[in-house]
Design a binder for this molecule. Structure first.
Ligand code: URA
Length: 224
């Protein structure tokens, strides 16, 4: 399955055609973009992608009284049932953008990381997610969908804790490998990504990508 096939898959939405989103991603890619601008960019991307995503939500038609007359309008009912799962650390500013669009969203926080290649061992340490029901749209946010192994583990954790209406992985940059991993391991999960990049390199970084999203947001941590 090539990038074009993934873009056509009905469980994948990418925003290649949206120039505003594209431009923001390209600002993040630039190695000279500093952490302040990087975090602001992620926040804006969360907002723009949240607006785009709400086009796929269920809504009801309502009656409205304007000062002039009666008319019909919409209320996006799904907005009442959003659960945003924040994967530490780079998802923090990204998810913050989604909250601007879905202010009533309930919050979950998970810390998970992948050790260095070639072992790429996944550790999930902290899982705090709210109880979910069959009405809930659970969005799992991570700016970078690389191998998909960590997110796949997180999806298992989330599924083990309640029901759901939709589970959507929201990412800024995805590698084809990661999308394929999610689609094949979880037949009931969708992927929404600003862009789909070429591939992973030998260290499992996305190419061309933007480097380590956590470090770009918050600076490099001290290694113990
Ligand atoms: N995580 C990152 O932060 N960057 C990548 O390229 C892959 C995973």
């Amino acid at each position: 399955m090539g990038i074009e096939d993934l873009e056509k898959n009905d469980r994948v939405i990418s925003f290649k055609q949206n120039l505003a989103i594209q431009e923001l991603v390209d600002e993040l890619r630039d190695k000279n973009t500093d952490p302040i601008k990087f975090r602001k960019g992620l926040n804006k991307l969360g907002r723009y992608m949240g607006y785009e995503l709400s086009k796929t939500f269920d809504y009801e038609v309502i009656d409205i009284e304007t000062p002039v007359t009666h008319t019909k309008g919409v209320r996006i009912s799904d907005k009442d049932n959003i659960v945003m799962i924040n994967i530490l650390r780079a998802a923090i500013p990204f998810i913050e953008g989604f909250y601007k669009v879905f202010p009533k969203a309930r919050a979950g926080i998970i810390s998970a990381w992948r050790g260095p290649a070639p072992e790429s061992k996944i550790t999930v340490e902290y899982v705090k997610v709210p109880k979910t029901t069959k009405n809930d749209i659970i969005m799992i946010g991570d700016p970078m969908l690389a191998t998909g192994h960590t997110i796949s583990r997180i999806i298992d954790e989330v599924k083990g804790r309640g029901d759901f209406k939709r589970i959507i992985v929201v990412a800024v940059i995805s590698a084809p490998e990661g999308i394929k991993e999610i689609l094949s391991k979880h037949k009931d999960v969708e992927v929404v990504t600003a862009v789909i990049d070429e591939k992973l390199n030998e260290k499992n970084y996305i190419v061309p990508g933007l480097g380590d999203a956590g470090d770009r947001c918050f600076g490099e941590p001290i290694k113990k």
